[in-house]
Design a protein. Sequence first.
Length: 223
Amino acid sequence: MKYLLLGCCLLAAILPLHAQDINNVPAPSSFAEDYRAALIAYKNGEYKTAREEAQKAQKLKADDPKLKILQGRIALELGEYPLAEKLVKAGLEAAPDYTPGYEYLGDVYFRQRQYVPAMDAYQQFLKLRPKDPDGVLKMLYCHVGRNDLSGAGKQLILLDQFSDLHPGYYFGKAAIAQASKKVDAVDKDLQLARTMYGNDTFATHMKTFLILFPAPKPVEEKK
């Protein structure tokens, strides 16, 4: 009888410890959670964190096309252009109907000022999503980058100057004005974009504009 009581006491002492241990074990993450965490970090500009989260997702679903494309976008922001191209292309090969992937592939080339392959990718994107303002604006930028202002002008008329959501028309006008050395017009159009669409939207689009027209670095004063 005493052995039975001793056993019950030991069991009672062990069970709370086990319950506590179980509560402290983190719940297994899912692919969707890790992918979402990677995407949020990417959107917040935390690219190294985004890569770490994407690697967690990769362990659960290594061949997911959207994950490969997201990893390619992360690599692009980290300046790893060959890896970015490889990953985005791999994602598109596995999921050729994933329309945004063509825009992201165009971004890989545009960031390197490879305007012809960028235009090919953006054109494919626009075939699947006609008149998308981001796609049209980036095509316009490519024409400007190639010094084809006539082609840029044709893209500009596809952008809505009365849009409540997208400042593409004003950024497109500013890009053409910049290429034409019309500095006052550039300032006017960019200021209109900031005023009409707000600082956050302006900053997002300005990032792409500055890829085409990098801001001059300040001259360091000689000591």
